[in-house]
Design a protein around this ligand. Structure first.
Ligand code: KIV
Length: 273
Protein backbone atom coordinates (compact mmCIF):
# COMPACT_ATOMS: atom_id res chain seq x y z
CA UNK A 1 0.00 0.00 0.00
CA UNK A 2 1.36 3.46 -0.87
CA UNK A 3 2.06 5.79 2.03
CA UNK A 4 -0.80 8.20 1.27
CA UNK A 5 -3.52 5.66 0.51
CA UNK A 6 -6.69 6.00 2.60
CA UNK A 7 -7.09 2.68 4.41
CA UNK A 8 -10.86 2.44 4.79
CA UNK A 9 -10.89 -0.90 6.55
CA UNK A 10 -9.07 -0.17 9.79
CA UNK A 11 -10.42 1.91 12.65
CA UNK A 12 -8.13 4.87 13.39
CA UNK A 13 -6.66 4.77 16.90
CA UNK A 14 -4.22 7.04 18.70
CA UNK A 15 -1.54 4.37 18.20
CA UNK A 16 -2.24 4.26 14.49
CA UNK A 17 -1.70 8.04 14.20
CA UNK A 18 1.77 7.61 15.71
CA UNK A 19 2.44 4.79 13.21
CA UNK A 20 1.31 7.10 10.39
CA UNK A 21 3.87 9.69 11.48
CA UNK A 22 6.59 7.04 11.64
CA UNK A 23 5.98 5.94 8.06
CA UNK A 24 5.48 9.48 6.76
CA UNK A 25 1.76 9.21 5.99
CA UNK A 26 0.04 12.57 6.42
CA UNK A 27 -2.95 12.77 8.78
CA UNK A 28 -6.20 14.43 7.64
CA UNK A 29 -8.35 15.98 10.38
CA UNK A 30 -11.54 18.05 10.04
CA UNK A 31 -14.11 19.36 12.48
CA UNK A 32 -17.71 18.16 12.67
CA UNK A 33 -20.50 18.96 15.08
CA UNK A 34 -23.47 16.84 14.00
CA UNK A 35 -24.42 13.30 12.95
CA UNK A 36 -25.12 13.90 9.24
CA UNK A 37 -21.90 15.77 8.42
CA UNK A 38 -19.79 13.47 10.59
CA UNK A 39 -21.17 10.47 8.66
CA UNK A 40 -20.28 12.06 5.29
CA UNK A 41 -16.80 13.08 6.45
CA UNK A 42 -16.10 9.64 7.93
CA UNK A 43 -17.28 7.85 4.80
CA UNK A 44 -14.97 10.04 2.72
CA UNK A 45 -12.00 8.59 4.65
CA UNK A 46 -11.10 11.26 7.23
CA UNK A 47 -8.53 10.05 9.79
CA UNK A 48 -9.53 12.26 12.73
CA UNK A 49 -12.79 14.14 13.37
CA UNK A 50 -12.52 16.96 15.87
CA UNK A 51 -15.62 18.07 17.74
CA UNK A 52 -14.07 21.50 18.14
CA UNK A 53 -15.24 24.25 20.42
CA UNK A 54 -15.31 26.23 17.16
CA UNK A 55 -18.92 24.98 17.34
CA UNK A 56 -19.32 28.15 19.38
CA UNK A 57 -18.60 30.23 16.26
CA UNK A 58 -19.98 28.18 13.39
CA UNK A 59 -22.93 26.46 15.08
CA UNK A 60 -23.98 28.90 17.80
CA UNK A 61 -22.97 32.20 16.15
CA UNK A 62 -20.77 33.42 19.01
CA UNK A 63 -17.78 35.70 18.36
CA UNK A 64 -15.36 33.56 20.42
CA UNK A 65 -15.15 29.96 21.64
CA UNK A 66 -15.45 30.99 25.29
CA UNK A 67 -19.25 30.64 25.77
CA UNK A 68 -19.23 26.91 24.90
CA UNK A 69 -20.32 24.72 27.83
CA UNK A 70 -19.48 21.12 28.69
CA UNK A 71 -23.11 20.09 28.14
CA UNK A 72 -23.08 21.68 24.68
CA UNK A 73 -19.81 19.94 23.74
CA UNK A 74 -21.23 16.62 24.91
CA UNK A 75 -24.40 17.17 22.86
CA UNK A 76 -22.33 17.77 19.69
CA UNK A 77 -19.91 14.93 20.45
CA UNK A 78 -22.73 12.41 21.01
CA UNK A 79 -24.24 13.30 17.63
CA UNK A 80 -20.87 13.04 15.85
CA UNK A 81 -19.95 9.69 17.40
CA UNK A 82 -23.20 8.14 16.11
CA UNK A 83 -22.18 8.99 12.53
CA UNK A 84 -18.60 7.72 12.68
CA UNK A 85 -17.24 4.22 12.11
CA UNK A 86 -13.58 4.67 11.13
CA UNK A 87 -12.21 8.06 12.20
CA UNK A 88 -10.80 8.79 15.64
CA UNK A 89 -13.20 11.22 17.37
CA UNK A 90 -11.50 13.89 19.51
CA UNK A 91 -13.48 16.40 21.60
CA UNK A 92 -12.34 19.83 22.84
CA UNK A 93 -12.48 20.52 26.56
CA UNK A 94 -14.28 23.88 26.56
CA UNK A 95 -13.13 27.05 28.30
CA UNK A 96 -13.64 27.03 32.06
CA UNK A 97 -13.88 23.26 32.46
CA UNK A 98 -10.20 22.45 33.14
CA UNK A 99 -8.30 25.60 34.12
CA UNK A 100 -9.42 25.64 37.78
CA UNK A 101 -7.63 22.52 38.94
CA UNK A 102 -6.70 19.05 37.74
CA UNK A 103 -9.60 17.37 39.58
CA UNK A 104 -12.06 19.55 37.72
CA UNK A 105 -10.22 18.85 34.45
CA UNK A 106 -10.45 15.09 35.02
CA UNK A 107 -14.16 15.30 35.90
CA UNK A 108 -14.82 17.24 32.66
CA UNK A 109 -12.85 14.76 30.55
CA UNK A 110 -14.62 11.80 32.17
CA UNK A 111 -18.04 13.32 31.42
CA UNK A 112 -17.08 13.71 27.75
CA UNK A 113 -15.84 10.13 27.46
CA UNK A 114 -18.71 8.57 29.45
CA UNK A 115 -21.58 10.52 27.91
CA UNK A 116 -20.45 10.94 24.30
CA UNK A 117 -18.41 7.75 23.74
CA UNK A 118 -15.73 9.79 21.97
CA UNK A 119 -12.18 8.43 22.04
CA UNK A 120 -9.97 11.33 23.12
CA UNK A 121 -10.00 14.90 24.32
CA UNK A 122 -8.09 17.99 23.20
CA UNK A 123 -6.94 20.68 25.60
CA UNK A 124 -5.34 24.10 24.99
CA UNK A 125 -2.12 25.15 26.73
CA UNK A 126 1.34 24.11 27.92
CA UNK A 127 3.16 24.13 31.26
CA UNK A 128 0.28 25.87 33.05
CA UNK A 129 -2.04 22.87 32.48
CA UNK A 130 0.56 20.10 32.91
CA UNK A 131 -1.01 18.73 36.11
CA UNK A 132 -4.44 18.54 34.48
CA UNK A 133 -3.07 16.76 31.41
CA UNK A 134 -1.25 14.24 33.59
CA UNK A 135 -4.34 13.57 35.71
CA UNK A 136 -6.56 13.04 32.66
CA UNK A 137 -3.97 10.71 31.13
CA UNK A 138 -3.71 8.77 34.40
CA UNK A 139 -7.40 7.88 34.01
CA UNK A 140 -6.66 6.26 30.65
CA UNK A 141 -8.08 9.11 28.58
CA UNK A 142 -6.02 9.95 25.48
CA UNK A 143 -5.08 13.63 25.29
CA UNK A 144 -4.20 15.80 22.29
CA UNK A 145 -2.41 19.07 23.07
CA UNK A 146 -2.99 22.44 21.36
CA UNK A 147 -0.29 25.14 21.22
CA UNK A 148 0.33 28.39 19.33
CA UNK A 149 -2.84 30.39 18.79
CA UNK A 150 -5.12 28.95 21.45
CA UNK A 151 -8.49 30.65 20.80
CA UNK A 152 -9.72 30.23 24.38
CA UNK A 153 -7.00 32.76 25.36
CA UNK A 154 -8.10 35.39 22.82
CA UNK A 155 -8.78 37.93 25.55
CA UNK A 156 -5.20 37.58 26.79
CA UNK A 157 -3.69 37.71 23.26
CA UNK A 158 -6.00 40.54 22.10
CA UNK A 159 -5.59 39.40 18.48
CA UNK A 160 -5.86 36.32 16.24
CA UNK A 161 -2.47 37.18 14.65
CA UNK A 162 0.30 34.60 14.14
CA UNK A 163 1.85 33.44 17.46
CA UNK A 164 5.45 32.66 18.45
CA UNK A 165 7.20 34.93 15.95
CA UNK A 166 9.39 36.17 18.83
CA UNK A 167 12.22 33.97 20.10
CA UNK A 168 11.01 33.77 23.71
CA UNK A 169 7.50 32.60 22.74
CA UNK A 170 8.94 30.14 20.19
CA UNK A 171 11.28 28.71 22.86
CA UNK A 172 8.38 28.25 25.30
CA UNK A 173 6.30 26.60 22.60
CA UNK A 174 9.07 24.05 21.90
CA UNK A 175 9.44 23.35 25.63
CA UNK A 176 5.66 22.93 26.00
CA UNK A 177 5.53 20.58 23.01
CA UNK A 178 8.29 18.39 24.46
CA UNK A 179 6.60 18.40 27.86
CA UNK A 180 3.22 17.37 26.37
CA UNK A 181 4.92 14.50 24.57
CA UNK A 182 6.84 13.48 27.70
CA UNK A 183 3.71 13.29 29.88
CA UNK A 184 1.97 11.11 27.29
CA UNK A 185 -0.11 13.14 24.82
CA UNK A 186 -0.70 11.21 21.57
CA UNK A 187 -0.68 14.26 19.30
CA UNK A 188 -0.46 18.02 19.16
CA UNK A 189 -2.34 20.72 17.27
CA UNK A 190 -0.14 23.67 16.24
CA UNK A 191 -2.27 26.68 15.32
CA UNK A 192 -1.12 29.76 13.41
CA UNK A 193 2.63 29.73 14.03
CA UNK A 194 5.50 30.26 11.54
CA UNK A 195 5.97 27.25 9.23
CA UNK A 196 9.67 26.94 10.14
CA UNK A 197 8.84 26.67 13.85
CA UNK A 198 6.10 24.09 13.20
CA UNK A 199 8.56 22.01 11.16
CA UNK A 200 11.17 22.26 13.91
CA UNK A 201 8.66 21.09 16.55
CA UNK A 202 7.47 18.28 14.26
CA UNK A 203 11.04 17.05 13.76
CA UNK A 204 11.72 17.08 17.50
CA UNK A 205 8.63 14.98 18.37
CA UNK A 206 7.76 11.32 17.87
CA UNK A 207 4.03 12.07 18.33
CA UNK A 208 2.23 13.62 15.33
CA UNK A 209 1.67 17.35 14.94
CA UNK A 210 -1.48 18.56 13.20
CA UNK A 211 -1.22 22.07 11.80
CA UNK A 212 -3.72 24.82 11.07
CA UNK A 213 -2.03 27.85 9.59
CA UNK A 214 1.32 26.24 10.48
CA UNK A 215 2.63 25.33 7.01
CA UNK A 216 3.26 22.02 5.28
CA UNK A 217 5.93 20.63 7.60
CA UNK A 218 3.51 19.20 10.18
CA UNK A 219 2.42 15.55 10.20
CA UNK A 220 -1.16 16.45 9.33
CA UNK A 221 -3.61 19.27 8.77
CA UNK A 222 -6.88 20.34 10.36
CA UNK A 223 -9.49 22.82 9.15
CA UNK A 224 -12.88 23.93 10.40
CA UNK A 225 -15.47 22.22 8.17
CA UNK A 226 -17.62 25.32 7.61
CA UNK A 227 -14.55 27.30 6.47
CA UNK A 228 -13.22 24.73 3.97
CA UNK A 229 -16.68 24.04 2.53
CA UNK A 230 -17.28 27.76 1.96
CA UNK A 231 -20.30 27.99 4.27
CA UNK A 232 -18.62 30.61 6.40
CA UNK A 233 -17.42 33.08 3.77
CA UNK A 234 -16.83 35.94 6.21
CA UNK A 235 -13.68 34.20 7.45
CA UNK A 236 -10.82 34.13 4.96
CA UNK A 237 -7.36 33.93 6.55
CA UNK A 238 -4.34 33.28 4.32
CA UNK A 239 -4.02 29.65 5.45
CA UNK A 240 -7.56 28.67 4.47
CA UNK A 241 -8.13 26.72 1.24
CA UNK A 242 -11.79 26.51 0.15
CA UNK A 243 -12.78 23.15 -1.34
CA UNK A 244 -16.40 24.06 -2.10
CA UNK A 245 -18.69 27.06 -2.40
CA UNK A 246 -21.63 25.80 -0.36
CA UNK A 247 -22.69 29.36 0.43
CA UNK A 248 -23.60 29.91 -3.23
CA UNK A 249 -25.05 26.41 -3.71
CA UNK A 250 -27.29 26.68 -0.63
CA UNK A 251 -28.37 30.24 -1.50
CA UNK A 252 -29.36 29.18 -5.00
CA UNK A 253 -31.20 26.02 -3.83
CA UNK A 254 -33.13 27.90 -1.13
CA UNK A 255 -34.11 30.72 -3.54
CA UNK A 256 -35.23 28.12 -6.09
CA UNK A 257 -37.42 26.43 -3.44
CA UNK A 258 -38.97 29.76 -2.37
CA UNK A 259 -39.80 30.57 -6.00
CA UNK A 260 -41.33 27.13 -6.57
CA UNK A 261 -43.51 27.43 -3.44
CA UNK A 262 -44.63 30.98 -4.30
CA UNK A 263 -45.41 29.99 -7.91
CA UNK A 264 -47.41 26.94 -6.83
CA UNK A 265 -44.92 24.77 -8.72
CA UNK A 266 -44.01 22.71 -5.63
CA UNK A 267 -45.39 20.16 -4.91
CA UNK A 268 -46.47 18.82 -8.29
CA UNK A 269 -48.82 15.88 -8.96
CA UNK A 270 -46.01 13.34 -8.43
CA UNK A 271 -44.97 14.87 -5.12
CA UNK A 272 -48.23 14.30 -3.24
CA UNK A 273 -50.29 11.39 -1.83
O1 KIV B 1 -12.13 24.21 17.82
C1 KIV B 1 -11.53 23.93 16.77
O2 KIV B 1 -12.12 23.81 15.69
C2 KIV B 1 -10.08 23.76 16.84
C3 KIV B 1 -9.34 23.66 15.55
C4 KIV B 1 -9.23 24.99 14.92
C5 KIV B 1 -8.01 23.03 15.72
O3 KIV B 1 -9.53 23.72 17.89
Amino acid sequence: MSTNTVDNRRKVTTLRLIEMKTRGEKIAMLTAYDYSMARLIDQAGMDVILVGDSASNVMAGNVTTLPMTLDQMIYHAKSVVKGVERALVVVDLPFGTYQGNSKEALASAIRIMKESHAEAIKIEGGAEIRESVERILSAGIPVMGHLGLTPQSINKFGTYAVRAREEAEAKKLIEDALMLQEVGCFGLVLEKIPAALATEVTNKLTIPTIGIGAGGGTDGQVLVMHDMLGINKGFSPKFLRRYADLDTIIDSAVKHYITDVKDGDFPNANEQY
